[in-house]
Design a protein around this ligand. Sequence first.
Ligand code: ATP
Length: 454
Amino acid sequence: MSKISHFGPKIEFHIGIDDTDSVRGGCTTYIAAQIIRKLVKEFEVEFIDYPNLIRLNPNVPYKTRGNGAVAIRVLVNENLIEEIKRTVIQEVEKWFMIEDEKTNPGIAFLRGKIPTPLKCFAKKVIRDIVEIEEAERIAKMLNVEIIGYKERRGIIGALAAVGETLDGDYTYELLAYRKRENWGTPRRVDPQSVMLMDRETFPLTFNNVDYETGRILITPHGPDPVLFGIRGENPRVLIEALKYIKTGEPIACWVIFRTNQGTDDHLIVYRKISELRPYLPCKIKAIVDSKPEVIEGGHVIVRLRDETGAIDAAAYEPTGDFRKIIQKLEPGDEIIAYGGVRPLNGSKFTVNLEKIEIVKLARKFISRNPKCPKCGKRMKSLGRSGGYRCKKCGLKLVDAEKEVEEIKRDLKDGLYIPPPRAHRHLTKPYQRYGLEKKRKETIKLHEPWYYFSE
Ligand code: ATP
């Protein structure tokens, strides 16, 4: 098929999509892949970035799974834009799970450069809760065209995806998709090949395997079209990693996305305890206020406080050995707690811990009765009247004092993160500390960054 092209000046055109899938199937990144396929095959466009996979506030109650939205950014002749928009709408409507009650798709189209207020809006959607009306206002003010279906909630994510230009830290994910006839069947990906890939590409790929349980993390489990996703620092290592993966089913297509996954971008802003509200991501400087408690289900709860208030924080059962660290905390420990605010029944809420940093351990002491200077036995207190008596030799001391001894803490200052299986997509894993990057002005696309079998 010959491509639709036009002469004349080119402009930037940004496409945002969100909320197209449901637990019964679908995936917004898959729709993005289908749109890219059409753009590559049928239009003369220049991609100015990899497609962006933007993870939004992971605590929102409306999400299907990972609260992801997608942006596609091209340089194109203005005369082509209407045709491209029609193609995008067609593809979204072809694949979205519109009959699902919780699916409220949204599309955003922006011509030209990304305005700063849209960048700020995107950060708010990653770090806070936003109303649909606010998204509508912003879109109107900035001339972003939005299309919302049903309750229109997807326009929030679609706009945020367009606005998040990943100028700070970022990573990549290569997403490989299944042939349609295999959707809903068990995925056939050889776990040994994933482990080998993990070893060979460490530390430049991350969260491939959860070694505490031996679980493979690159494959999802639902009926969606994703076969696997490999997360990493750069496109080249992802192509390299792909060569290791052995599958028992064909790969229909794959696309490399640039993303905020593994960057902690939701946990940048410090908040006071009094500012916490349900569904907010949070990072708080706090003092441990109680001895941690293990509750039914194996969850560990600890009370935290700062100068504005107190709140319970929880390390839930899926965080595995991370709970053992929380259990070792003592009142007075200074920590930075990272997590998301979860509402409980009534007006109560807790912080669901995603990681902690121990800033300063409190010193802990025990006091004991003095030892008898004559026979070395520990003496017995004579009560209020004062003094101690040795039970063995009968020696009595009136002015002896208790011995105070410091207890060695079985814990060190530093960062503690749950195992990869309990991570949010946005959580920065240990191995990325020190690998953070800052975007250079333009992103150069390395070929190949997509593959379509037909
Ligand atoms: P998947 O990861 O499988 O694509 P999902 O977990 O991304 O699915 P969505 O189906 O996209 O879930 O649903 C999330 C919905 O919540 C979208 O409509 C999105 O616009 C909205 N949303 C995202 N972030 C916020 C936020 N901070 N405040 C309010 N609404 C939000």
